[in-house]
Design a protein around this ligand. Structure first.
Ligand code: AHR
Length: 512
């Protein structure tokens, strides 16, 4: 008899685990998914700025406004880009903002020493960037030069961009350069990767340098207080976070950064398009590590800031592969496949679920570099699968996160496993609920049954991003190979929602 119960037990466990399950607590929403989690990053690197955003004001073939491509602006407006970080990256700690203001023909040229030693003519500088952000409707996030600059230079940049007219020689300079009034620049980074290209500092030293720079970063006359972001840890460097939380006075910072790239091996990154299932698995393993990184960095922050007044800004994330054959190795131009769509969808679900602490994230990088949402080639433009995920997910921006617990099956490859289904949910200002789900499994479709508590939905609709091959991508020759499609596969029966997600696919559902 005992044995019989044992077997029934095993059978029922098997039966239960044959399906993924989730519980959506639709009445337990508390935290807002800050729209800045859907932020981007643009560096003077390869063709992100030049050829990507900016083609020069004398260009006669591509429609532009003051040299900024209008096709790019139109596409990015559909994404609702909330915040854009600039001018780097490693470039930021070599950048002297005064080189990029004033009459263009008087601006000095320099070599971009980080990214291929190519000529930087400074034709795209502060005025061009901030005006472009206004055109885009995105908030600028300026990354200050701490590695090779001075506190005076950074303090002057704040005055030049944000202080009221007539309050300093910097504001007169701004007016002389054709900008009648200040811009709104809330987000300021104090250096980039201070542990590496930003100065190779130890965190104990950087903490002191940070305090010095932050002291002179004022805009007291301005009603919009600035928001200061410290150069944060690389990946699992928890010591970095611990020391900054201990050593930075609370009134001197708002957020700590965190950088995490999904790279298979820094010496052998592998092709962006021609990859095996093993390589896909490893990329996803690195990407899903974001869950652990955010959890552990947040736990350290909790010790010093249990009320979560200080935020985590994951200001660089994404997949990093070998450059496309025949392109400049320093330009980091890579294609973008369904692997990247899955990576983006799963990572954004992680950020949504941690929105009590993660208030900003910036995908690296927006155009033509690393996991880009747009690729350009002269007058041609391609929207990548990552673009489409960002567009499908923008329903979560500034919505209330609804806790959803997913009990997932495993995606198995050899002896290794990954969680197969990653999800998040939110309720927007109009009362609609959105659930985003990703099936990471490269081979198996995943059925999921979601129990809904605390809401009585009457209708469900959805969209899906999928393709018949994981390695598929949108090219300049075939730009619409992968686009979102209507998804009618979800069944709503009272408080139960059932659906099956194909392998390596991203689904966003709307419930009303
Ligand atoms: O995004 C490319 C580079 O990666 C950035 O410049 C740097 O911050 C990081 O190491």
């Amino acid at each position: 008899m005992k044995r019989l119960f044992f077997f029934i037990g095993i059978l029922s466990t098997k039966f239960i685990s044959a399906q993924n399950t989730a519980v959506l607590n639709a009445d337990k929403g508390k935290d807002i998914i800050d729209k800045n989690i859907y932020g981007h990053f643009a560096e003077h690197l390869g063709h992100c700025i030049y050829g990507g955003f900016y083609i020069g004001d004398s260009n006669k073939t591509i429609p532009h406004k003051d040299g900024v491509r209008l096709d790019v602006i139109d596409a990015l407006k559909k994404l609702k880009v909330p915040v854009l970080r600039w001018p780097g990256g490693c470039f930021a700690d070599t950048y002297h903002w005064r080189d990029g203001v004033g009459p263009k023909k008087e601006r000095p040229s320099m070599l971009n020493v980080w990214w291929g030693n190519v000529k930087e003519d400074n034709s795209f500088g502060t005025n061009e960037f901030l005006n472009m952000c206004e055109l885009l409707g995105a908030e600028p996030y300026l990354s200050g030069n701490v590695g090779s600059g001075t506190p005076q230079e950074l303090s002057d940049w704040i005055k030049y961009t944000t202080h009221p007219n007539g309050s300093s020689p910097m504001t007169d300079y701004r007016q002389k350069n054709g900008r009648p009034n200040p811009w709104k620049v809330k987000f300021w980074g104090l250096g980039n990767e201070a542990w590496g290209c930003g100065g190779n500092m130890k965190v104990e030293y950087y903490a002191n340098v940070y305090r010095q720079y932050a002291t002179f970063m004022t805009n007291w006359n301005n009603s919009d207080r600035i928001y200061r972001i410290a150069s944060g840890a690389s990946d699992a460097d928890y010591h970095w976070t611990e020391v900054l939380m201990k050593e930075l006075p609370a009134n001197m910072f708002d957020a700590l950064g965190l950088h995490h790239y999904s790279v298979i091996n820094w010496n052998k990154k592998g092709s962006a398009t021609n990859f095996s299932e093993e390589e896909y698995f490893t990329t996803m393993k690195r990407a899903l590590q974001m869950e652990e990184l955010v959890t552990k960095h947040s736990a350290i922050m909790d010790k010093y800031d249990p009320q979560k007044k200080k935020h985590l800004a994951v200001d660089e994330w994404g997949g990093w592969y070998d450059v496309e054959p025949g392109t400049n190795g320093a330009f980091l131009f890579q294609q973008n496949t369904m692997r990247d769509a899955v990576l983006a969808g799963a990572t954004l679900n992680i950020f949504n679920n941690h929105c009590d602490r993660v208030k900003m994230a910036n995908l690296a990088q927006i155009i033509n570099v690393l996991q880009a949402v747009i690729l350009t080639k002269e007058e041609k433009l391609v929207l990548t699968p990552t673009y489409h995920v960002m567009e499908m997910y923008n329903v979560h921006q500034d919505a209330t996160m609804l806790p959803m617990e997913v009990t997932s099956k495993k995606y198995i490859l050899g002896k290794d496993t990954l969680t197969a289904v990653w999800g998040s949910a939110s309720k927007d200002k109009n009362g609609a609920t959105h659930i985003s789900l990703v099936n990471v499994d490269a081979k198996q479709p995943q059925s999921i049954s979601i129990n809904i508590n605390g809401a009585n939905y009457k209708a469900v609709s959805g969209r899906i991003l999928t393709s018949d091959k994981l390695q598929n991508y949108n090219s300049f020759e075939n730009p619409n190979k992968i686009v979102p499609a209507v998804f009618n596969g979800a069944q709503l029966n009272n408080s139960k929602l059932n659906l099956t997600i194909p392998p390596y696919s991203v689904v966003v559902l709307e419930l009303k």
